[in-house]
Design a protein. Structure first.
Length: 656
């Protein structure tokens, strides 16, 4: 008798270690996973044509130079920048960035999101397959495992991490976490060390994808308590490697987040705030699990955060009721208490106890913890439909089919909001009309679409909703600058610096604009301060170098250009800027090397080949220059200057 059978009959008992699967079982599992995968792909298929971009997408892939230029140099940067990531503001998660970079290498770009969505969908299907394997390993009921995998995979809360490209980190972390759980179950079954080592390695990959998987060791201990029923010293000792990895990851996360993006320390809030946030989220997530309606990509922190706020009060009452129910049911069954504990333990890093974002909750945060809900659902189905009672099984089967159908319909409906950016923003603003982050994001979309007046309106609304939102002030300045109102633009950026004196984007924009207005020294000063705020910003080093060169400060300019190229070696324009200065300094061989590398990075650029040819001609390397001009002419037959230079060189070589 397995644990779930004994729990159903008498409320507890010892559990036999699951037996290894035989060949027929493997074939059955593969067939079941195939069915689950096909259904998920059929429901989620529209995500492949979604074009919506959301907050963070710019820094994660649309405007991330390392993602856009795949290679070993980018990979080294992602892994090497441990305590202060420069390409993405936030915590250390190199594996997710490398995953996005791999999609960019396969053709993914801001104009073509299909490669990114394809990988996201495959990861989601993989997580559903692992959910099936976990449930079938625990309960030995394949049909129930299929039902639970579908209920998990089609739940509308899973739409956001699948459709939002930047949430690759959530999908990767969940995939490796689920795989670690499956490996742990195999270890419990076989007691072979390779499965224990495999679980630890998979957990490390989950942490490198997203550190919200940190509480997994506690969840594994809870799993040992029920339904595996193997609590003891051995079970605790096995978790020591997991706990060590989690501790290291926690330290790295706090330092890297604080250095690159900042966080709101708990000391800036009342002592009751963390408790009230947790209580609010208990009711919020339970409500969304049971009735996933009014889903959004933005759930603001309730204001005021106190019992006078109805949502907070409901959360406190719901939390108290849930705790009372779990205590009352504990003697009868461990399942509700253990599953609830595992769910909220896995949610703990995203409970906003330390404020990394100005939100209280998020659909994506439930993605990993829902594995605990899946295990609870499997237990409920096993009790509702014992294998020996076929009649009850039929009723349960019809109920599950109805639930899966309802979920599929709701998921398709939520996917429709992701068809494009404007539809997504309008949907979120319908839920929260004064959400400053969404208003700012919508304004950016409008500005990129050439609808500057509408963009200005959205930016102003964002600032009215939250006067401290520096992103909207920066973007409002860009909108004014695009419209030619430079004074208004600089006033916006100076306003930002009044709030945050070391805000990089405002310093960078202000410095570049001042220099363009002829105030070169002021521009140099602002860009210097921008580099002090973000030393690894290649564009700031490049622009500063250009200003220094124009002032005749060539030694400083050379150092800045070299720093820019070192930070962004895949940038052809920065290499050409460096080469131009090197040529002025008489270092022609070094300059030609940079021109040649810039041309290699842009093999389809006729201008790059022409620039290289011109440098070779001035250096007296005429044969190489002819080849470069000929290549420029091949790439652009209408390039009259390249044709003229090529004729001149050929005439000179044929002259006696």
């Amino acid at each position: 008798m397995t644990a779930h059978d004994r729990d159903a009959s008498n409320g507890g008992g010892d559990n036999k270690r699951p037996s290894p699967p035989h060949a027929a079982g493997v074939g059955r599992d593969l067939a079941a996973i195939a069915v689950v995968s096909m259904i998920l792909c059929a429901v989620y298929w529209p995500v492949l044509s979604a074009t919506a971009v959301h907050c963070d997408d710019d820094q994660y892939f649309r405007k991330n130079p390392l993602v856009a230029n795949p290679g070993w140099d980018s990979a080294r940067r992602f892994f090497g920048e441990v305590f202060e990531p420069s390409s993405v503001r936030g915590y250390y998660h190199p594996l997710s960035m490398i995953s996005l970079m791999s999609d960019a290498a396969c053709g993914g770009s801001a104009e073509d999101l299909r490669p990114f969505h394809r990988t996201n969908l495959l990861l989601h299907v993989g997580c559903a397959a692992l959910t099936y394997l976990i449930v079938v390993e625990l309960f030995r009921r394949p049909m129930i495992a299929v039902a639970v995998a579908l209920l998990w995979g089609l739940h509308p809360l899973t739409v956001e991490p699948v459709a939002w490209v930047s949430e690759r980190k959530t999908l990767l972390a969940a995939f490796f976490s689920f795989a670690a759980v499956a490996s742990h179950l195999r270890y419990v079954c076989t007691l072979r060390g390779r499965w224990l080592i495999g679980g630890v390695l998979l957990f490390s990959l989950a942490l490198l994808s997203k550190p919200t998987s940190t509480p997994l060791p506690i969840a594994l201990l809870l799993l040992d308590a029920w339904p595996l029923v193997r609590w003891g010293r051995r079970a605790i000792a096995e978790k020591i490697p997991y706990v060590a990895l989690a501790a290291v990851s926690s330290v790295v996360t706090l330092i890297s987040q604080g250095n690159s993006a900042g966080a709101v320390p708990a000391t800036q809030e009342s002592l009751a705030a963390p408790i009230l946030k947790v209580c609010h989220n208990v009711a919020f997530y339970l409500g969304k699990l049971v009735a996933p309606t009014n889903l959004s990509g933005y759930y603001p922190v309730p204001r005021p955060l106190g019992l006078s706020n109805l949502n907070v009060l409901i959360g406190v009452v719901a939390t108290g009721a849930l705790v009372a129910i779990l205590i009352l049911t504990w003697r009868r069954s461990r399942a509700p208490g253990i599953c609830a504990a595992a769910f909220f333990v896995l949610l703990l890093p995203t409970m906003q106890i330390i404020g990394f974002r100005n939100v209280i909750a998020g659909d994506k945060y439930a993605y990993l913890p829902m594995i605990a809900a899946a295990i609870f659902a499997a237990w409920v189905l096993c009790r509702a439909a014992p294998a020996r009672l076929a009649g009850r099984a039929t009723i349960v089967c019809l109920t599950v089919v109805a639930l899966v159908t309802a979920e599929a319909w709701a998921t398709r409906r939520n996917l429709a909001h992701w068809r494009d950016t404007e539809a997504l923003c309008r949907h979120m603003l319908a839920q929260t009309p004064d959400a400053p982050e969404i208003l700012n994001h919508y304004g950016l979309f409008l500005m990129e679409s050439g609808r500057a007046d509408e963009a200005v309106y959205r930016f102003r609304r964002a600032i009215d909703a939250d006067p401290t939102i520096v992103e909207a002030r920066n973007n409002l300045g860009l909108a004014y600058s695009a419209a030619g109102d430079v004074d208004a633009a600089m006033a916006c950026w100076r306003g930002v610096l009044g709030i945050e004196p070391r805000e990089f984007t405002a310093l960078y924009n202000l410095g570049t604009t001042l220099a363009g207005q002829g105030h070169v020294e002021a521009g140099i000063a602002a860009l210097t301060r921008a580099i002090e705020a973000r030393p690894r910003a290649a564009a700031a080093h490049n622009n500063l170098a250009g200003l220094l060169a124009a002032q005749g400060r060539t030694a400083e300019a050379l150092e800045s250009f070299q720093r820019a190229v070192a930070l962004e070696p895949a940038s052809p324009s920065m290499r050409r800027n460096l080469a131009t200065l090197l040529f002025r300094l008489g270092q022609s061989d070094a300059a030609i090397g940079e021109y040649r590398e810039a041309a290699r990075l842009q093999p389809d650029s006729a201008d790059g080949q022409y620039t290289l040819g011109d440098a070779l001609r001035q250096a007296g390397r005429f044969d190489e220059a002819r080849r470069a001009f000929a290549e420029a002419l091949r790439l652009n037959p209408a390039d009259a200057e390249a044709a003229e230079q090529l004729r001149a060189l050929e005439s000179a070589s044929s002259a006696p």
